[in-house]
Design a protein around this ligand. Structure first.
Ligand SMILES: NC(=O)C1=CN([C@@H]2O[C@H](COP(=O)(O)OP(=O)(O)OC[C@H]3O[C@@H](n4cnc5c(N)ncnc54)[C@H](OP(=O)(O)O)[C@@H]3O)[C@@H](O)[C@H]2O)C=CC1
Ligand SMILES: CC(=O)N[C@@H](CCC(=O)OP(=O)(O)O)C(=O)O
Length: 344
């Protein structure tokens, strides 16, 4: 397969290249830039020497038509303009940004504070939460890869919401992310001296992933409700932990929740339900496409604590995007995604 990556110089692009390099069906990977045309990629990122020594290419519509897959890993507001003209013209389009995720354009305007993508393009796109939308992803010309936080949150909660074992109304979701989630442009929030030995809470009640989580709970869990979702920045490079506190239906046991999760994800290679984990941490999925899920019930409060961990750059971005490419082309879901976690 011939692949083009737009936004190759960013963290999502870099991770796409790392994973696609090991994909047995991928033979060409071209790298596109909006700002560094002609720069030799490995001179910018020396760890890719002898792997990616080609020059970065200028984004050119005529040339971009010529790929089997075009990945875009660009800031919000770029692909809403760039990708619609490619729909149905040849390449499968996989967008890592938030531009096509929200079906309601008013939500996009409200939460991203940008102009939405054309309505028809959004309608034609499939939400790329692989385990929940496989058929639509297989058929779609344009795949809206989910946000990192919604991936962790939705994968852990959807089976329980759908089966009405927990009540989505009253859900409180507390999430933490490593700093690479903010991309490769340094800012006050990501400066080493302000993140190291520090813990910050940010975007309280204003995070752009709130409507995406609510949309997912409605689309796949058949429950329409607002949720409380709060994000924290942790002084680590990669990883997301999402901890949800959910009211359980009267009489529901921990065993029922565990069995429900196991049943839903049977045969899905990247979801590991781990009820007996003595410690549950982000490093157990580091560098991989796994989403690990842990659940405990507190019978005193009638609440479940549902915890999930992912690597924000892999299952939260590039890994899930490649999983979606595999689904799109009818390939084995795990191709190119066999990494063992880098635990130590
Ligand atoms: N980091 C993460 O964990 C996750 C990120 N995402 C989303 O994926 C997208 C990419 O994120 P990330 O890689 O972290 O971001 P980065 O900031 O690291 O990289 C974005 C890249 O986009 C390119 N770019 C910037 N402006 C334009 C433009 N106008 N036209 C074309 N390309 C442009 C830049 O490359 P150049 O200047 O060379 O063109 C830049 O390297 C974002 O929308 C983000 O929200 C989603 C899930 C997880
Ligand atoms: C740590 C950190 O800053 N994370 C980012 C994740 C951004 C992201 O992935 O946003 P979209 O894909 O929806 O644009 C944040 O919380 O905004």
């Amino acid at each position: 397969m011939k692949i083009g990556i737009i936004g190759a110089t960013g963290y999502g692009g870099l991770e796409l290249m790392r994973l696609l390099h090991q994909h047995p069906e991928v033979h060409v990977i071209d790298l596109y830039t909006s700002s560094e045309e002609g720069t030799v990629f490995s001179s910018k990122y020396p760890h890719t020497t002898n792997l990616y020594d080609q020059s970065l290419l200028k984004i050119d519509h005529a040339q971009l038509i010529d790929y089997d897959v075009l990945f875009a890993s660009t800031p919000a507001g770029v692909t809403s303009q760039l990708l619609p003209s490619f729909i149905g013209k040849g390449p499968k389009l996989i967008d890592l940004s938030g531009d096509f995720r929200l079906k309601n354009s008013r939500d996009y305007e409200l939460w991203y504070k940008k102009s939405p993508a054309p309505k028809e393009a959004v309608e034609q796109s499939a939400y790329g939460l692989t385990e929940w939308n496989t058929e639509a992803i297989h058929k779609a010309e344009l795949i809206a890869n989910p946000g990192c936080y919604p991936t962790a949150v939705l994968l852990s909660l959807l089976p329980l919401v759908k089966e009405r074992l927990i009540n989505a109304t009253g859900l409180i979701i507390d999430a933490k992310s490593g700093v690479s989630g903010a991309g490769n442009t340094p800012g006050p929030m990501t400066h080493f001296s302000e993140t190291n030995e520090n813990l910050s809470i940010y975007k309280i009640n204003q995070h752009q992933h709130i409507p995406e989580i609510e949309q997912g709970i409605e689309q796949f869990g058949n429950q329409k409700t607002p949720v409380t979702f709060t994000t924290h920045l942790v002084p680590m490079t990669r990883g997301i932990m999402a901890t949800s506190y959910a009211p359980i239906r009267e009489g529901v046991t921990e065993e029922q929740l565990i069995n429900c999760l196991k049943d839903y994800y049977e045969g899905r290679p990247f979801i590991r339900v781990m009820p007996d984990s003595p410690r549950f941490c982000t490093k157990q999925v580091y560098g991989t496409n796994f989403c690990d899920i842990h659940v405990k019930v507190d019978s005193r409060t009638n609440r479940a604590t549902v915890v999930s961990v992912i690597d924000n750059l892999v299952k939260g971005a590039a890994g899930q995007a490649i999983q979606n490419m595999n689904v799109s082309f009818g390939l084995k879901e795990t191709l190119g995604l066999h990494q063992v976690p880098l635990f130590i």
